[in-house]
Structure formats: structure tokens, C-alpha cells
Design a protein. Sequence first.
Length: 477
Amino acid sequence: MVSTRALRSVIGGSGAALLAATAALVAVTVPSAHAADPPLRDLAAAKGVYLGTALMASELSGTSASIAGTQFDSVTPGNEMKWDTVEPSRGTYNWAPGDSIVTFAQAHDMQVRGHNLVWHSQLPNWLTSGSFSNDELHSILVKHVTDEVTHYKGKVVHWDVVNEPFNEDGTFRQDLWYNQLGVSYIADAFKAARAADPAAKLYLNDYNVEGTGAKSDGMYNLVKSLKQQGVPIDGVGFQAHLILGQVPSTFKANLQRFADLGVDVAITELDVRMQTPSDASKLQQQANDYAAVVNDCLGVTRCAGITVWGFTDATSWVPSTFPGQGAATLYDENYQPKPAYAAVRTALGGGTATTPPTSPPTSPPTTPPGGGGGCAVSYGVNQWNTGFTANVTVKNNGSTPVNGWSLKWTFASGQTVTQAWNATVSQSATAVTATNLSYNGTIPAGGSTSFGFNADWSGGNPAPTGFTLNGTACTVS
């Protein structure tokens, strides 16, 4: 796991081999109109895996929330379930930050990966500066694990029970837990978590274990030993904080050897960092790297899913931890999808996404849907508390193209658009107008385009009953 508060040893580069050239052949078109394509979460689900992102409580509104709720079907809290946040004073719990992540996930039909229960970092001062006997420290560990897992019972699907227990040479990290309790603290944490929520999947999680080597061998031997002891371990998380061009050539084989022990595997914190500034060549290589990781997971039957450690460079942990490096995620600092987004989409079977024009064309005059076929509008809503995300698809049923479009409808009182993508959406009282952007002004005969928006609601949130496209009434579904 990643600490946002302290530097740690360099991640992801040790012993990593350059990606084989044959694995680099992926599509990298940047999809400016990506909301019109099937979301990544749907493509992943069709492949039998989840696709998740880390989020912090500060990202649960606005653009970050809109993209996360649309594109991903799993969320990992960045800091909100770590020990120093959850139990800042001994026996006193602060559930609100973690609860906010769970509430967001439930509102967007996302599962939650709990992160994390036992770690050497981000521990509260009362714990790190205290003087406890071995028995007392053991009781503190078991109680914390029990209390947190119990609080989120039935709400968290996977738990990172023990996080980063190894040194780079495969020996156990000399930390508070190991130094006083020995290696048995790991088994005890898993047993406590299982007792608190028998349905949750329990994971061991670490970084620099993606390829075969001393550290992954240490992890492998521990998992094998835990299984032989009957310890309830269900999975192994491979963080995959990678360096550009250094996806281990043994990644897939390494995932498979762990799976052969009878546990699930998952990529839990994926990002691919580079020396900044980025350029076209680096972004191409990054796209290749993301695609390689996705393909490695898809190539192992017991790979449960992939989580990216944040999806936008705007909030990435990398620049503050690795000075001079960054641009590690799927979206840039302006929340625009990068070539890596398209590569992941293609690897998940989504084909090549829409290519934006290199320069904005002159906006064509608007024309009604021609040829007598009219138009059809599909309006879908994902609603929570006092807000919602709407996804709108407009189909031209005519026999001639629509060149430039303006879609109009009327809301009930209390519904207010706050932001939009793939269209300019304006509102006057209850009247709403959505107009095309430079790259999606033409709807071919029989074709469609999509856009979306976030909005607030109060009193009720009924769907509009009528839409007009360039003045022509559309059927509604």
C-alpha cells in the first residue's frame, strides 16, 4: 500500500525486465469521447474480472466521482480505513471517512476492497510510542482487526489483512508487529478477520513481488506455509507500482504459481510512473505496459481483478513521493483519458475507441434527423442521496446524417445540472439544452452519440418525458 505521508523504498523497478516487443502491440488512440463507449467496468465484467480504483474521501464529488462511478466497479479507500484514521485513540473509532467510501460505492453499484488492517506504516502515535507487553500488543492487534472487520461486515468484499510484510530480500520486515510477536502475527490477523466476517475474502498484499525473485519467493513460501497450517487466506495482492517499460516478463507465470497454491490473485494498486514531462513515446510505452498487466491478469483463471491506484494524474501519489516522476495513471491532470485508457479498453475487448480530430472543425449548421426515421433517446440514471449521474444516448433513426445537434428537454423543479461531459449542457429554470462538442457534431444515419452529466435533485428525480433533437420530437426509452 501507498503512504501519502512518508517516503518509502523505490517500488516496482527491482529486477523487472523490459516488456517483450510482441506484448507492445496495442491500440493507443486517446478516446476524447470515451463516455460514448461501454465503460471499462462493463468490459471487465464481461471478462469475468472487476476493475477498480482507489479513491479518497475528497474525491467523492465532482468530476472524479463521476468518472469513478461510471468507469469502475470496485473502490479501495486511499487512507480512510488505515489504522491511524480508524483508531486515532486507543479504543476510540472514527468510522466516518471509511463509511463515506462505502456509501459512495453502494450508490454506484461498486464493491469495496478494504485497505488495510495490519501494516507497519500510518499507525497512530499511541500505538507506535506506547510500551506494551507481547500479550497486550497481540490483544490490541486482534481487537482492532475484529472491530474494523465487524463494522464493515457484509460491506467489504476483500480485505488486505496484512500489508507489506517483507523486505526486498524476502526476509520479514523488522517492524512493530514482527519484532514483538514474530511471524505468527500474520496468521493471527487472518484468523481474527475470518471470525469477524466469514464471507469476506482475505488477502496478503505487497509491492515488488510482481516478477519472480527473492521477495516474491518469500511471499510464496509464506502463503504456502499459511495454507498448510489451515490459516484462512483467500488471495494475494500484487500492488504493481511499476516503472515505465519495466513490467516483469515473469508476471503472468508468477501470478499462476500463486494461484496454483489454491488462492486468488489480484493486481491491487496499479500505476506506471515515468520521468516527467511525458511525451508521445512515453505515453505509448505506458499504454503498452498497462495492456500487458491486464493481459497477464486475464491469462490467469484465478486473477480476480485489477485496481488502479487512482485514475487521474491530478491526485496521484507519485510526484510527491518520487520527485521528477509522475504521469502514472489512466487520465491526465485535466481528467482526460490518456493512451493507457484506450489500451486497457482494448485489452478488455472493447475495440478501438473514438479518435478526436486533431483540430476542432468549424461547427456545421444543425439539421433535423432526416429521411422520416426521426430520433430516439435513451436516458439512464444512477442516483444517490441528493445527486445523480445521467447518461444520455441519442440515436438518429433517419436516412441522412445529423450535422450539428441540440437536444432539449424539461426537468421537474429541483433538478439542477452541475457538470457535463461530451456535450455542453445549459439550464434555464427547468428547461435544459445539450449541444454537441467539436468532435461529435455529426450523428450518421442509423448512428448514435452519447453524453452525460451530474446533477442535484430535491423533492424527486423523475426522468424527462420528452426530448427534441433540433426541433424534432424523439421517442424515449
